[in-house]
Design a protein around this ligand. Structure first.
Ligand code: ASP
Ligand code: MG
Length: 410
């Protein structure tokens, strides 16, 4: 007997028929003799609808009320899945995040899980109940509902798996696993059998939507092996796990892209100590994460500073930056929303040279201009004009030999 945590995403829960399909899969796992805790997302499209509703009402909705509203999508899903299981003759019980409780900090719409009380879950498991927990949501110390950021159900699932010391954490989605790149852009993309936490972290932070980044951080911290797989078939998926020797032998494991960032440039910033902090700290205070930053070589005591922010925070960021730019005497602010970040990721980069050159050469061969570059030990990212995203991904995938026939993961 194992303790299994399964998470089903929005597409898997997208209709009554699909919820029945999920219920059948859950029931099978239960019948195989496992204890089972299921985390679910809102039905496909529901969260988007809720977000649109709030944005229609006002440009900057109250953060507390925003969370109260967007958390409702998951409440519908847990009840429907529990009903489906009940009607099949299984004991199942739904829980909202606050009922467990899943305690978070108070950063509305991007709250972090602090602790999970496992007492109710364990009690129910003892009497053979299948537990269905709402993903994406929690409660803070003051009793406010909170949500964990888009895609947050993954993090709920991994956190629950960690708290319960589950034997398996399966994340069911609409793709078979983690691919070398987005198969919608490159049909020859291949599925990885396994990928290290660090690579997955890079891919997730770079915009690969398979897993929410925090879920991978959690998994790494607590050593939870995450099995990403499809809810529409029985194919083995991709294991997200600790790095092993084989992974090192692959130069590049995946290519990702992200169109969710926007670029902000501040011109003629006086080049004095403390200026970057002055420009960027108001953004940090507003909980806006700045990603890539470039400061130009200074010229006559002035420099230009360019950085990227999430598109979702773009308007807010621009307003803040415009204010600070005036304060510090910069000459102007420009912005560009039509950018994309294309990245190559692989632990093999640590021990091989020439990877960056190959990437830049490949882009340049296609006449794609690189606007910004950033690197880490296992990643190289380039900001390019968003209209070249697909082309860039395709040529890089080919240059690094990631197509099905070429790949040697095992
Ligand atoms: N329903 C939420 C979202 O769409 C959380 C999730 O699906 O993981 O972001
Ligand atoms: Mg998701």
């Amino acid at each position: 007997m194992a303790l299994v945590v399964q998470k089903y995403g929005g597409t898997s829960m997208g209709s009554v028929e699909r919820i029945r399909n999920v219920a059948r899969r859950v029931a099978k796992t239960y019948d195989d003799g496992n204890d089972l805790v299921v985390i679910v997302s809102a039905m496909a499209g529901e969260t988007n609808k809720l977000v649109a509703l709030a944005n229609e009402l006002c440009e900057f909705p109250s953060e507390r009320e925003y969370d109260v509203m967007v958390a409702t999508g998951e409440q519908v899903s847990i009840a429907l899945l529990a009903m489906a299981l009940n009607s099949m003759g299984y004991k199942a019980k739904s829980y909202c995040g606050f009922q467990i409780p899943i305690l978070t900090d108070s950063a509305f719409s991007k709250a972090r899980i602090e602790s999970i009380d496992d007492s109710k879950i364990n009690e129910d498991l003892k009497n053979g109940t299948i537990i269905v927990v709402a993903g994406f949501q929690g409660i803070d110390r003051e009793g406010n509902l909170t949500t964990l950021g888009r895609g947050g159900s993954d993090t709920s699932a991994v956190a629950v798996a960690a708290a319960l010391k589950a034997d398996v954490c399966e994340i069911y989605t609409d793709v078979d696993g983690v691919y070398t790149t987005d198969p919608r852009i490159v049909p020859e993309a291949s599925k990885l059998e396994k990928i290290s936490y660090d690579e997955m972290l890079e891919l997730a932070s770079l915009g690969s939507k398979v897993l929410q980044i925090r879920s991978v951080e959690f998994a790494k911290k607590y050593g939870v092996v995450v099995h990403v797989r499809s809810s529409f078939n029985d194919n083995p998926g991709t294991l997200v796990m600790k790095e092993d020797a084989e992974m090192e032998t692959v130069l590049v494991s995946g290519i990702s892209y992200n169109k969710d960032e926007a670029k902000v440039s501040v011109f003629r910033v006086p080049d004095k100590p403390g200026i970057a902090a002055k420009l960027l700290s108001p953004l940090a205070n507003a909980n806006i994460t700045v990603d890539m930053i470039i400061q130009n070589v200074s010229h006559e005591g002035y420099t230009d500073l360019t950085f990227t922010v999430p598109k979702g925070d773009f308007k807010k960021a621009l307003k803040i930056v415009q204010e600070t730019a005036t304060e510090i005497g910069a000459s102007g602010v420009a912005s560009d929303e039509s950018i994309a970040k294309v990245s190559i990721v692989g632990v093999g980069m640590r021990s091989h040279s020439g990877v960056a050159t190959k990437m830049f050469q490949t882009l340049s061969d296609e006449g794609i201009n690189i606007q910004m570059i950033s690197t880490s030990e296992i990643k190289i990212s380039c900001i390019i004009d968003s209209k070249y995203t697909e082309l860039a991904v395709r040529v890089l995938h080919e240059a690094f030999g990631l197509a099905k026939k070429d790949v040697t993961v095992e």
